[in-house]
Design a protein around this ligand. Structure first.
Ligand code: GSH
Length: 207
């Protein structure tokens, strides 16, 4: 059985768990990472020298990098509805996954770290103004796009393009700080929430 290594509250592990639930495949999971067994332990390093989660093991095949894992799972289970076979449609999906990691998530990360990872008390942590400004600028891009397009990022259908961005959108709404009104993203968040797998691994109260 396919095995996932990584704590279920990690945004990168959640991408993989969300995808696995979309496919309906069974899997096992072992907690590794912050708050659990340290990924610097020899047992984990033997598996993946990079020492970060998620990692999957599929019948002896070991793979790291959340987006590569999501695409591997789509390919493995033949889910061209989630990851199109058509060259151009596939490229559009990939462009959203890349943007979600290098721009959207990169902007969100300092806020999350200040409010959760490095906060003495997350209940009273205050969001850094500069961080919120950078994150909001990326969210505004998404808002503008979704105002004229959609209902999902790559068009009419939910695809793996929505997984990385959807989890950052969840983080935006779950962390407490003053936010501009983003009606198209709010509607998108509600649309994603119709999916049981997103309610389990995304909109589950964890930022
Ligand atoms: N580019 C990697 C990043 C992986 C990553 O940074 N994972 C974090 C959790 S989100 C981690 O392992 N942190 C160390 C820990 O939890 O101990 C991916 O997308 O899989």
């Amino acid at each position: 059985m396919l095995k996932v290594y990584g704590r279920a509250n990690s945004i990168n592990v959640r991408k993989v768990l969300w995808m696995l639930d979309e496919t309906g495949q069974s899997y096992s999971r072992e907690d590794w990472g912050r708050g659990y067994r340290a990924t610097g332990e020899p047992d984990f390093i033997k598996l993946s020298t990079f020492g970060v989660v998620p990692v999957i093991e599929d019948n002896g095949f070991v793979l790291r990098e959340s987006h590569a894992i999501v695409r591997y799972l789509a390919n493995k289970y033949g889910r061209t509805d989630l990851y199109p076979a058509d060259l151009k449609a596939r490229a559009v999906v990939e462009s959203w996954m890349d943007w979600a990691q290098t721009d959207l998530y990169a902007a969100a990360r300092p806020v999350f770290h200040a409010m959760i990872v490095n906060a003495a008390d997350p209940a009273t942590a205050v969001a850094p103004t500069d961080g919120v400004k950078s994150w909001a600028a990326q969210m505004l891009r998404l808002e503008q796009y979704l105002t004229g397009h959609g209902p999902f990022l790559a068009g009419d259908q939910f695809t793996v393009a929505d997984i990385p961005a959807g989890l950052v959108v969840n983080r935006w709404f779950t962390l407490r700080f003053d936010k501009p009104s983003l009606p198209a993203i709010t509607a998108y968040y509600d649309r994603l929430s119709e999916r049981p797998a997103f309610r389990t691994h995304g909109r589950n109260g964890t930022p």
